[in-house]
Design a protein around this ligand. Structure first.
Ligand code: SF4
Length: 321
């Protein structure tokens, strides 16, 4: 995950999925700060702070560093070395045809930002190096990342073929079913819109964000019949309040519940989920060096794995370490 700053409740299901994977796989989780630079090379002041924030969010949400290392990409230099060596043998056309390449150039261009840089074109190859350096067999991704895993497979295949080796397995994607949570104003949830509910939200902040959530615009008075299908509050009830959602929907349709009460019930559910995360965060913050220690230890463990892979790669390519 890129260190883009504090995480919000929309990220929680991704982390919960990772926590489940920790039980079944030998995992490595990475904060990929070099990737952040591919599009934000000119916004570096807060980068270190964002790395700490994302690590804090992961740990508070329950990711267990005792089970799998949490590393920072720039602290494991072998990622860069493998990326460089891969760049020698990867056809340019493979990178140019990655669907997100042209899309993102256009999206950033529309916002007045030129990201047509060497590093941006190469970021899917850096991602392939991030995966293959651990000789990973599986990568949990969202649908939009599938082409990147396909590229990693192609790079593994080409490397193994060119150098007559079997160093790299071809990684498979594990598609996670992540519910799409809208922001409180029904737009895409984003910190930059201010419509998110941060994982670190206080009880008061949760209540306030829920209070501001967009409801059925056709329901002006409590006595008006409501339509939960067009209400953001109801989307959240569906995900976080499975036991009550059907009843709330019925009550809304016959004006048996008001929006204030409906929101209070949702705020209580969200507090039950985010409260323990907030407590774990406070415990971590009580020991100021704890997060740095966890990251340093994660990087050390990661380096042991990546150094082994690089010895094999250098030998295959005829270069020295
Ligand atoms: Fe939305 Fe609940 Fe109000 Fe119905 S009662 S419109 S579901 S907030």
């Amino acid at each position: 995950m890129r260190p883009t700053g504090r995480l919000h409740i929309g990220h929680l299901s991704v982390i919960e999925n990772w926590i489940r994977l920790q039980e079944d796989y030998d995992c490595v989780f990475g904060i990929v700060d070099w990737h952040a630079l591919t599009t934000s090379f000119d916004e570096v002041e807060a980068l270190q702070q964002r790395i700490r924030e994302i690590a804090l969010d992961w740990l508070s949400a329950g990711l267990d560093p005792e089970k799998s290392p949490i590393m920072v990409q720039s602290q494991v230099k072998e990622h860069a070395e493998l990326h460089l060596l891969f760049s020698m043998m990867t056809p340019l056309s493979w990178l140019e045809r990655v669907p997100t390449y042209k899309d993102q150039l256009q999206q950033f261009g529309a916002k007045g930002k030129d990201i047509s840089m060497y590093g941006f074109l190469g970021y899917p190859l850096l991602m392939a190096a991030d995966i293959l350096i651990y000789r990973a067999t599986h990568v949990p991704v969202g649908l939009d990342q599938v082409p990147h895993i396909e590229l990693a497979r192609e790079v593994a295949r080409r490397f193994n073929h060119l150098y007559q080796t079997e160093i790299f397995p071809e990684p498979k994607d594990i598609l996670s079913e992540v519910p799409m949570l809208p922001g409180i104003d029904n737009r895409k949830m984003s910190k930059s819109y201010g419509n998110d509910i941060p994982l670190s939200a206080s009880a008061e902040e949760i209540k306030e964000k829920v209070r501001l959530m967009v409801t059925d615009p056709g329901r002006v008075r409590k006595t008006d019949l409501g339509n939960p299908d067009v209400c953001v509050v109801h989307v959240y009830h569906k995900i976080y309040n499975n036991g009550e959602v059907a009843d709330i929907g019925d009550q809304c349709r016959k004006a048996g519940i008001g929006c204030v009460a409906c929101k209070q019930r949702l705020a209580a559910k969200l507090e039950a989920i985010l409260g323990p995360i907030r407590e774990r965060r406070a415990t971590l913050l009580d020991k100021p060096n704890r997060v740095d220690e966890i990251l340093a230890d994660g990087c050390l463990q990661a380096r042991a794995k990546t150094a082994e892979t690089m010895e094999l790669v250098r030998e295959a390519m005829g270069v020295r370490g």
